[in-house]
Design a protein around this ligand. Sequence first.
Ligand code: 5GP
Length: 201
Amino acid sequence: MSESYKPKGKLFVISGPSGAGKSTVIGRLVKQLNNVYFSVSATTREPRRGEREGHDYFFITNSEFEQLIREGKLLEYASYVGHYYGTPSEPVDRKLDEGFDVVLDIETKGAAQVMEKRPDAIGIFLFPGSYEILRQRLMLRSTDSPEAIEKRMEQAHVECSRVEMYKYIIINDRVETAVDEAIAIITAEKCKTSERLHLLK
Ligand code: 5GP
């Protein structure tokens, strides 16, 4: 193996109910680990206050989204509380080839598609501690109507029922601990013999 050999990156799928704190945890871990790329999804939902195009999401129309589906440009996609969400394949594959670890923040239907297509993807499920805390977080966020919050709560129960397809669970009742645990998981996965063997050759 040549000295310049750089192994491909690893794919991490992070799911958990909306309001579990995935964006916060992912934002912090991306800052702390210098080899991690966050995959920016496309969505048809409206931007929330403070969200930036191309940073949080690519905000696109229904017809633009359906064109991405037709052209086979999405690694996975799903409809979630009335909107489309999907992961553009090209940046994910490019970053993995360049040796970056890639983190997806996606709901469980999309996660199942990724695990099917990429059996080596590592699933991490983030839960906020309790459903009551989740409801409070969604209310505090004050970006969703009471009806939308109820839909997200219903969806949270559905998502939690699919937790067994994930390799790891993080309970996010303290964000610093959740970030430490996510970093520990990523680090341990990178230290596996199968990942490191090439260094000894
Ligand atoms: P939010 O509207 O709160 O940003 O996201 C709603 C849900 O959609 C969250 O559970 C989030 O993880 C999920 N999501 C975000 N991007 C994607 C994506 O590209 N694909 C799928 N399947 N779900 C996504």
